[in-house]
Design a protein around this ligand. Structure first.
Ligand code: GYE
Length: 321
């Protein structure tokens, strides 16, 4: 079993100075807390690694965890948060499935005097703010992840290609921002074009199905950019089923750093993946402790991510999950 605690804490950079949390609910300093963790779904290795990280840290952080799984439904996730409020938890850790539908849940918790820490995905910044409606957002820079995937692809292809983009869950912050980072970078290269961009809902089989359909309309595609590794693995299956050689005929790049992706890179079927660390337990415990102590917390506790291609995938297999 991997021990993510030390690296996860070390890879977190705080952005700017802390902000005053004048308006948001406070957290008392106690030995034990009742903490709600509202997960979005459990259908991929990333989610499972994240949940495990939270469960593991709960023991050392003095948390009695109230865990819910929204099963891929934002409406269920809102109801999950409402149930945590009814159970009078001390703190809610929310991984909001989509940017807008979870706003009412954040506002209800605020009204009930329960602080909310957002992890992994963010909510719409026009509708809610750190230090006011929730404590902070702990997570990766998704725009930068998309840009890094694009930069690698430009280098790997000499700036030429017909790209299929497989988007994550519609309305989620990683899908919105991974698209922006990649599309903006690719737009600077005249020889590169995104010929189709469609959601595969961050899911392996959906990615395979969408790729299968898009291949019929665009049989001359030369690259795939998937917003996560699960969809990339699904796309590789669709390419192989269509008689194409992933890694040779079609270059595949994505985001996450799962064990399956590192294996596919080592086997030459996938080109590269930008890590998106799911190990939120230690940094969330650390942030909650600091917040209870009255320390200033930045609006965004940024998680730094690694990068894997054929030069380091095999040697980095232990990073995978
Ligand atoms: O990339 C994906 C998961 O929100 C950062 O969601 C997370 C993303 C991750 O389902 O695999």
């Amino acid at each position: 079993m991997r021990l993510p605690s030390i690296t996860a804490i070390a890879l977190v950079a705080t952005l700017g100075a802390g902000i005053a949390h004048a308006e948001s609910p406070k957290l008392k300093q106690k030995d034990t807390y009742k903490v709600g963790f509202a997960q979005t779904e459990s259908n991929n290795p990333w989610r499972i690694a994240e949940t495990r990280s939270m469960q593991e840290v709960a023991k050392s952080c003095g948390w009695n965890l109230v865990y819910t799984d929204a099963g891929g439904s934002a409406a269920k996730q809102v109801a999950d948060v409402e149930s945590m409020i009814a159970q009078k938890v001390d703190l809610i850790v929310l991984a909001p499935r989509e940017e807008k539908p979870l706003i009412p849940a954040v506002m209800k918790a605020k009204k009930a005097g329960i602080p909310v820490i957002l992890i992994d995905r963010n909510v719409d910044q026009k509708l809610a703010g750190a230090g006011k409606d929730y404590v902070t957002f702990i997570g990766s820079d998704f725009i930068d992840q998309g840009r890094r995937a694009g930069e690698w692809l430009v280098k790997a292809t000499g700036g030429k290609g017909k790209i299929v983009e497989l988007e994550g869950t519609t309305g989620s912050s990683p899908a919105n921002n991974r698209k922006k980072g990649f599309d903006d970078l690719v737009a600077k290269h005249a020889g590169m074009k995104v010929v189709a961009s469609q959601s595969g809902d961050f899911a392996r089989d959906k990615g395979r199905q969408v790729m299968q359909t898009l291949l019929q309309a665009h049989p001359d595609v030369t690259a795939v950019y998937a917003h996560n590794d699960e969809m990339a693995i699904g796309a590789i299956a669709a390419l192989e089923a269509a008689g194409k050689k992933p890694g040779q005929d079609v270059i595949v790049v994505s985001i996450d750093g799962t064990r399956d992706a590192l294996t596919a890179i080592a086997a030459g079927k996938m080109g590269a993946t930008v890590q998106s660390s799911p190990f939120f337990g230690p940094v969330t415990c650390d942030t909650a402790r600091k917040f209870a102590k009255g320390d200033q917390i930045p609006a965004w506790v940024k998680v730094e991510d690694k990068f894997y291609d054929k030069s380091n995938a095999q040697a980095s297999m232990a990073d995978g999950y």
